[in-house]
Design a protein around this ligand. Structure first.
Ligand SMILES: NC(=O)c1ccc[n+]([C@@H]2O[C@H](COP(=O)([O-])OP(=O)(O)OC[C@H]3O[C@@H](n4cnc5c(N)ncnc54)[C@H](OP(=O)(O)O)[C@@H]3O)[C@@H](O)[C@H]2O)c1
Length: 342
C-alpha cells in the first residue's frame, strides 16, 4: 500500500486506488464515500467526514439533493480544492430527486446542487429513482402519495432528454440511472441519445444482483454499489424481519478474522475486486475502508466463497413508490422480466 503523509496523518495515495474506465474514456475511483446520514448523522458530521476522507485519500463522493446536506458538503469540497486537490482529481456525483422529474425542473435542480456543492460541473448526475413520486423525507414505508405514478417510459425519457441537455450544457460530464431493472434499462438504452454511463444499485454480499450486474457490464455501464456493507445504520423504516446482515455472515466473519480486518472491510474489498464501485457511508471508519481497497486482495477462493452466500436479500425495497393498492414491493423491481404494467 502506498502511503503519503498529509497534515500529520498517514494517508493512502489516491494513485494506488483502482479506477473504473467509463465508456467515455473518463476514469472514476473504484471506491467513493457515501453521504446519506440515514437521518441520525447530522449534515455537519457528514461534511467533516468528507473533509477527513479527502485527507485520507478519497477522491470520489456520492451526494444527492435529498440527503439534505449538499450545502455543508459543498463547503468541505471547496476547502478540499482550495487546499490543493485539483477539481479534475475529484469525482462528485449528485442525483435528481423524485419530485423533480418535470421537464422544467431537471436543469434547475442540477444548478441548485451545483450551487450547493460549490462546483462548476458534476462528474455524474443520476436520476435517483425511476418513479416520479413525491414523499416527504423520513416518511414511513406505509406512506403512499395520492399522486403516486408507475414507471412510464415516455415520461422517463422526457426527464432523460433534460439529463442529456445537462451534458450538452457542460454542467455534468456523465449521466446515469439508479434503482433500475433490466427491462427498464433496455428501453432507456434503446431510446437514449446519450446512454447512461453508470447505474447505481444496491449490492452487498447478501444481495449481489448477478443478472443486473452482468447486464450493465455487458452494456458498457459501470455499476456503483450502494449499501455495500448492508447499511447497518439504516433508518428503522427501511428494516423488515426478513433482512439479513452480510457483516454477520459466518463466511464474511471467517475471512475477516483471517485477514485481521472488520467484516465491513471484507465487503468493501470483495466489491472492488468483483468489479462494482462501492460507496460506503462512514463517519468513523472511512480510513479502514480505503486502506482495505489499497491493501492485500482477497484470494480467488475467498471471492468464490462470497459469491456463494448471496441471499437475494434486498434491503432498500422502495415501498413508498407503490402506486396502487394490493401491490407488494416486488412489483417495483420487474421480477417477471417485463416492466410491471400500470
Ligand atoms: N442511489 C440510491 O438510491 C441510494 C440508496 C441508498 C444509499 N445510497 C448511497 O450509498 C451510500 C452507502 O449506503 P448506506 O449508507 O445505506 O450503507 P453502508 O455504506 O452499507 O453502511 C454504512 C454504515 O456502515 C458503517 N461502517 C462503514 N464502514 C465500516 C467499517 N469499516 N467498520 C464498521 N462499520 C462500518 C457506518 O458506520 P460509521 O459511520 O460509524 O463508520 C454506517 O453505519 C449512502 O450513504 C448513499 O450515498 C444510494
Amino acid at each position: 500500500m502506498k502511503l503519503v503523509s498529509q497534515s500529520g496523518l498517514v494517508s493512502i495515495d489516491p494513485a494506488s486506488i483502482p479506477q473504473r474506465r467509463l465508456y467515455t474514456g473518463a476514469t472514476m475511483p473504484a471506491i467513493g464515500l457515501g453521504t446519506f446520514g440515514s437521518d441520525h448523522v447530522t449534515p455537519a458530521q457528514v461534511a467533516d467526514a468528507v473533509l477527513g476522507a479527502a485527507a485520507a485519500g478519497y477522491r470520489h463522493f456520492d451526494c444527492a439533493s435529498v440527503y439534505g446536506n449538499e450545502p455543508e458538503v459543498g463547503v468541505s469540497l471547496e476547502s478540499i480544492i482550495t487546499g490543493g486537490v485539483k477539481r479534475e482529481e475529484l469525482w462528485v456525483t449528485s442525483k435528481l430527486w423524485n419530485d423533480k422529474h418535470g421537464e422544467d425542473d431537471v436543469i434547475a435542480s442540477c444548478r441548485k446542487s451545483l450551487a450547493d456543492l460549490r462546483l462548476g460541473y458534476l462528474d455524474l448526475y443520476l436520476v435517483h429513482w425511476p418513479f416520479p413520486n413525491f414523499h416527504p423525507p423520513g416518511c414511513d414505508v406505509s406512506s403512499r402519495s395520492a399522486d403516486a405514478k408507475p414507471y412510464i417510459h415516455e415520461n422517463y425519457m422526457k426527464t432523460w432528454r433534460k439529463m442529456e441537455e445537462l451534458v450538452d450544457l457542460g454542467l455534468v460530464r456523465h449521466i446515469g440511472t439508479s434503482n433500475m431493472t433490466i427491462p427498464k434499462l433496455k428501453l432507456v438504452l434503446r431510446d437514449a441519445r446519450i446512454k447512461p454511463a453508470v447505474n447505481e444499485m444496491e449490492i452487498h454480499p447478501h444481495f449481489q444482483q448477478p443478472e443486473l450486474f452482468q447486464f450493465v457490464i455487458e452494456n458498457g455501464i459501470q455499476a456503483i454499489g450502494y449499501c455495500p456493507i448492508g447499511s447497518p445504520g439504516r433508518p428503522e423504516r427501511d428494516r423488515t424481519p426478513e433482512d439479513t446482515a452480510p457483516t454477520d455472515d459466518p463466511v464474511i466473519a471467517k475471512i475477516a478474522q483471517r485477514h485481521g480486518i472488520h467484516p465491513a472491510v471484507v465487503c468493501i474489498k470483495w466489491a472492488v475486486q468483483r468489479g462494482q464501485t462501492p460507496i460506503p457511508f462512514s463517519i468513523n471508519n472511512y480510513r479502514a475502508n480505503l486502506a482495505g481497497v489499497a491493501g492485500d486482495p482477497l484470494s480467488e477462493d475467498e471471492i468464490l466463497e462470497i459469491a456463494a452466500i448471496d441471499r437475494n436479500c434486498r434491503l432498500i425495497k422502495g415501498q413508498v413508490f407503490l402506486w396502487k393498492d394490493g401491490q407488494t414491493w416486488e412489483d417495483l423491481w420487474d421480477i417477471h422480466g417485463v416492466v410491471t404494467p400500470p
